[in-house]
Design a binder for this molecule. Structure first.
Ligand SMILES: C[S@@+](CC[C@H](N)C(=O)[O-])C[C@H]1O[C@@H](n2cnc3c(N)ncnc32)[C@H](O)[C@@H]1O
Length: 197
């Protein structure tokens, strides 16, 4: 296993192992929402079988291309280009590329530098065996991420939620994942599979 301990992130050791376990048996590409500096991305890509890829979505960009407007319930209604510089995002993006290159995984990972609320509209994701949701953690975003991306998953595929101990994420898992069942909980991760499997 590639040493990923130098990469900054928020995963417990048992969670590293859980991601690694499901990525190693995944029959399809992996879709990750929330790459940050690439820790979970590297863990997933390290053991994923050839010729599959890890597609990872993050709002990494040297410029803040979008400003999100929401309605009263927090549902996004409009993205607007702003063109503002964002030094932190630029730094995270650079660290991400440095880290995946250091780990020798550049060719196995595809970064999509868009908000998850937009990426699915423009990227033709195919053959997804595992979805890892770890982007914006508020209720409406997690709910949308699950709705928009779970329908792209193969019949025998799985979804893993990070930080499922947080109220907003727990609320999505408990009330808004019809047709899916929990198959494993580990630390702050919850793994789900389609109910008919
Ligand atoms: C908790 S971090 C991801 C950590 C990473 N999975 C790991 O384990 O190292 C959350 C990431 O989600 C990204 N993010 C937040 N809102 C997003 C959105 N709407 N679309 C895409 N990415 C988003 C942030 O830029 C941040 O890098």
């Amino acid at each position: 296993m590639i040493d990923h301990n130098f990469i900054e992130g928020w995963l417990f050791q048992d969670e590293d192992e859980l991601l690694s376990k499901y990525a190693s048996i995944c029959n399809g590409n992996i879709l990750e929402i929330g790459s940050f500096r690439g820790k979970s991305t590297v863990i997933l890509a390290d053991v994923l079988k050839e010729p599959y890829k890890v597609y990872t979505i993050d709002v990494h960009a040297p410029i803040d291309y979008y400003e999100l407007k929401t309605d009263d319930t927090g549902m996004p209604i409009e993205f607007k280009a702003t063109g503002k510089r964002n030094v932190l995002k630029y730094h995270n993006c650079k660290m991400f590329y440095d880290n995946i290159t250091k780990c020798g995984l550049f060719d196995k990972i595809v970064l999509i530098g868009l908000p998850s609320q937009e990426a699915y509209k423009v990227c033709p994701f195919e053959n997804i065996g595992l979805l890892f949701i770890d982007g914006n953690h508020n209720f409406s975003n997690v709910r949308q991420d699950f709705n928009n991306y779970s329908k792209l998953i193969n019949d025998d595929g799985i979804v893993i939620f990070h930080d499922s101990n947080q109220d907003d994420i727990k609320r999505v898992i408990d009330g808004f994942t019809e047709g899916w069942k929990v198959i494993e909980n580990c630390m702050t991760m919850t793994v789900m599979q389609k109910e008919n499997k």
